[in-house]
Design a protein around this ligand. Structure first.
Ligand SMILES: C[S@@+](CC[C@H](N)C(=O)[O-])C[C@H]1O[C@@H](n2cnc3c(N)ncnc32)[C@H](O)[C@@H]1O
Length: 257
C-alpha cells in the first residue's frame, strides 16, 4: 500500500498540514516579490487540500492532484462547495487535459506548486526529471513553479540521527522513527499510529521513503527540461541555501517563448 492511505485519517489531526499553511503564505510573498498575478493554479501532491483552500480564498482558480485516494477524500471534504477539480494521479508522469478525451490538449496553469517535500518521494534523478518535464508541459509560457524539498543534509542529520518522537491525544497516538542510508542518500520514516475506534485502538503502520538530491542536480534537471530558476532559497526565507540548509525552495519559470 502506498504511504498516506492510512496516515490520511489523522493527517490534519496531527497538524501535519500546518506546514502547507506556511508554504502557501510564503508563496504569496514570492509571487508578490516577482510581481506575478496568478489566475489558474495546480497544487501537486496536494495532500488534504489546505494550500488549495488558502489559494482559492485568494481568488485563484485551483486544481489539485495527489496519488492517495484517502488524502484526496479529505481534500474533497475540506473544499466542499468550491467546485475544484481533483485528480488522482501519480508523479512523475501526470497528465491533466482540457477535456477528458485522451487527445485533448494538456491544461496550462499560471502557477504549479508542490509543497512539504513531496518531490523527495521520487526515487531517482530520472523520475525527478520526468516530474519537472510534466510540470513544464502544464505551465503556460511564462508560468511559475514553486516547490520545496528536503536536502540530503536534512535526511542525514534529522531523519538519520534524531531519536524517535511520539505523542498522544485523546483519540490518536503516534510514533515516528527514521533512519538514513548513506549509500543512496535516502531515508525511511516508519510511522506507527494508534487510532481510537470505538472502545478499542487500531494500529496503523506506514513506511515513508525520501530521496535527497543535491542543489546542483535539482538545478541541472530543471534546466534540462527548459525551466529557468528565478529563485533558489533556504526555504521560508529569501536567503541562499548553505551546506546546513534543511529545506530548499525553488522558484522556477517556464520561459515566455
Ligand atoms: C508530506 S505530504 C504533503 C501534502 C501537502 N502538500 C501538504 O503540504 O500538506 C506528501 C503528499 O505527496 C503525495 N505523494 C507522494 N508521492 C507522490 C507521487 N509520486 N505522486 C502523487 N502524489 C504523491 C502523498 O500522497 C501526500 O499526500
Amino acid at each position: 500500500m502506498i504511504p498516506y492511505e492510512k496516515f490520511a485519517s489523522v493527517y490534519d489531526r496531527l497538524e501535519a498540514d500546518r506546514f502547507s499553511v506556511r508554504m502557501a503564505e510564503y508563496t504569496l510573498k514570492i509571487l508578490n516579490r516577482f510581481e506575478v498575478e496568478v489566475d489558474e493554479a495546480l497544487d501537486l501532491c496536494c495532500g488534504t487540500g489546505t494550500a488549495i483552500k488558502i489559494f482559492s480564498d485568494r481568488g485563484m482558480v485551483m486544481s489539485g492532484l495527489d496519488r492517495s485516494r484517502e488524502m484526496l477524500k479529505r481534500t474533497k471534504e475540506k473544499l466542499r462547495g468550491r467546485n475544484i477539480p481533483l485528480y488522482c494521479q501519480e508523479l512523475p508522469r501526470f497528465e491533466i487535459r482540457e477535456k477528458t478525451m485522451s487527445r485533448a490538449p494538456l491544461r496550462g496553469f499560471g502557477l504549479v506548486t508542490c509543497f512539504y517535500d513531496s518531490l523527495n518521494y521520487l526515487k531517482n534523478e530520472r523520475e525527478l526529471k520526468a516530474a519537472f518535464r510534466a510540470v513544464y508541459k502544464h505551465l503556460r509560457p511564462g508560468g511559475w513553479f514553486v516547490f520545496d524539498m528536503n536536502t540530503p543534509h536534512a535526511l542525514k542529520t534529522i531523519w538519520g540521527s534524531q531519536p524517535p518522537f511520539s505523542g498522544v491525544k485523546d483519540d490518536v497516538a503516534w510514533i515516528f522513527r527514521s533512519e538514513f542510508f548513506r549509500e543512496n542518500t535516502t531515508a525511511n520514516c516508519y510511522v506507527t499510529l494508534f487510532v481510537k475506534s470505538g472502545r478499542s485502538w487500531k494500529r496503523l503502520d506506514e513506511t515513508h521513503t525520501e530521496k535527497g538530491f543535491s542543489d546542483k542536480t535539482i538545478k541541472s534537471l530543471l534546466k534540462d527540461v527548459g525551466l529557468t530558476v528565478r529563485g533558489y532559497y533556504s526555504c521560508l526565507t529569501f536567503e541562499k541555501p548553505t551546506g546546513t540548509t534543511n529545506r530548499i525552495c525553488g522558484v522556477v519559470q517556464r520561459p515566455e517563448k
